[in-house]
Each structure stands twice: as C-alpha cells, then as structure tokens.
Design a protein around this ligand. Structure first.
Ligand SMILES: Nc1ncnc2c1ncn2[C@@H]1O[C@H](COP(=O)(O)OP(=O)(O)O)[C@@H](O)[C@H]1O
Ligand SMILES: [Mg+2]
Length: 210
C-alpha cells in the first residue's frame, strides 16, 4: 500500500490555521483521500495532558522544550506513523517547526539543541508539506480578541500572555525555518481575506496532489 502524506499547518494564534484546516479537510474529502486530522501539542491522551500543563503551568524554557518534544514523540509513535503506514494522510495543526519558532525564537533555546531533540524524537517522520500562515502580530492579536469576544472567553494561555517582542521573534524564526526548508514550507500571506488565501491554497494543493 502507498504510504500516506503528512501536511502540517503553522503560524501564530489567530493566523487562520483552524479556518484553513477545515478547508483542507473538505479539499481532501473531495479528492477521495482518507486522512486523519490532529494537533500539537496533543493528539494522544498523554500528549493532551502535557498540552494542558504547557498552556497553564509556569515552568522554565528548558522544561517547556522537553515537554513539547515528549508530547511530540507520543504523537509521532501512536498517531502519525501508524496512520501514514496505513496509507492515510495526516494533517496536523502545528508540528516540529512550532518548537523552532516558539521555544527557539520566542524563548531563545539554541537551534542546535532543538535539532538534536527533533532527531531524537521525530527521526524521519517529517512533514511532506508545511503551510505557514504568516501574519504580523497586530493582525493575529486583533483576530484573537475578536474571536474571544464572540466566545465570551477572556483568559489567555501562557503563550498568548507574552509581549509583542516574543511574537516578533516567533515570526522571524518561522521565516528562517522556511528559508532553510528547501521548499517544504510554503509561506502564505495570511493577512489577506479568507477567499484570497483559499485561492492560493487550491493552486498549491492541486500541484501537491498531482
Ligand atoms: N483571513 C482572515 N481574515 C479575517 N479573519 C480571519 C481570517 N482567518 C481567520 N480569521 C478569523 O480569525 C480568528 C482566528 O482564526 P483561526 O482559524 O482560529 O486561527 P488559528 O487557528 O491560527 O489560531 C477566527 O475568528 C477566524 O474566523
Ligand atoms: Mg486554531
């Protein structure tokens, strides 16, 4: 059986990952492609427990980094690899690039350390395609607040509470990672309208699926 393909979605909160994940699911369904949809941190019961800690508990940057990769290891072994081996595609809301952006860019963890952890936990289970939804901090914040007001929720998680400078470093690290990705990561200007973005996504996905 053909091995499935692995697509990850990246970008800051409010960039539009969830919005475009839903579009991508419809697209794959229309193509008759069997897929599983998952997210990071999380995707398994243990990894979801780690997610809750990561989003709420104070901890050092080193601990945060190790817990992220611990959750990722569980996700790779119990969800992603088995699905790909069954021939299903996997679409994940965030994957290892997020650690280079948040723990690397945001928290200042050395990239060489993150590469070693990636090698230790992810090994060859890397995305075939990564869609990076790129927005300036102002846009991300504005959308986040608009969305929150609708839902009536007010509490920000540990990452959302960070200052603009943190997110500027996250965005820059995402860009660096994209430049080094040899075409795997596609940077999408996500400050545009949903319709404009989805036009680009269709072209991109038609090419990827061809
Ligand atoms: N291109 C866009 N233009 C305007 N609003 C958007 C756009 N993309 C997403 N949104 C809105 O912004 C909010 C955050 O989008 P979401 O898809 O949840 O982002 P993420 O999953 O990356 O945090 C949602 O209320 C969504 O409807
Ligand atoms: Mg989301």
């Amino acid at each position: 059986m053909m091995q499935g393909r692995f697509i990850s979605l990246e970008g800051m909160d409010g960039a539009g990952k969830s919005t475009h994940l839903a579009w991508l699911a419809d697209y794959l369904r229309d193509c008759g492609i069997d897929f599983v949809m998952t997210r990071e941190p999380g995707g398994t019961p243990l990894a979801e427990t780690l997610r809750a800690l990561l989003l709420q508990q104070d901890m050092t940057a080193e601990t945060e980094t190790l817990l992220m990769f611990a959750a990722r290891r569980e996700h790779v072994v119990s969800v992603i690899e088995p699905a790909l081996q069954r021939g299903q595609w996997v679409i994940s809301d965030r994957f290892a690039d997020a650690s280079f952006a948040y723990q690397g860019g945001g928290r200042g963890m050395p990239f060489a350390m993150l590469e070693a952890l990636e090698e230790f936990t992810v090994k060859s289970c890397k995305p075939d395609l990564t869609l990076l939804f790129d927005v300036p901090w102002e846009v991300s914040r504005q959308r986040l607040h608009a969305g929150r007001q609708q839902n009536g929720a007010v509490q920000l998680d540990r990452f959302e509470q960070e200052a603009q400078s943190f997110f500027d470093r996250v965005r820059e690290a995402y860009h660096t990672r994209a430049q080094q990705s040899q075409g795997r990561m596609q940077v999408i200007d996500a400050a545009r309208s949903v319709a404009e973005i989805q036009q680009d996504l269709r072209v991109l996905m038609d090419r990827f699926c061809a």
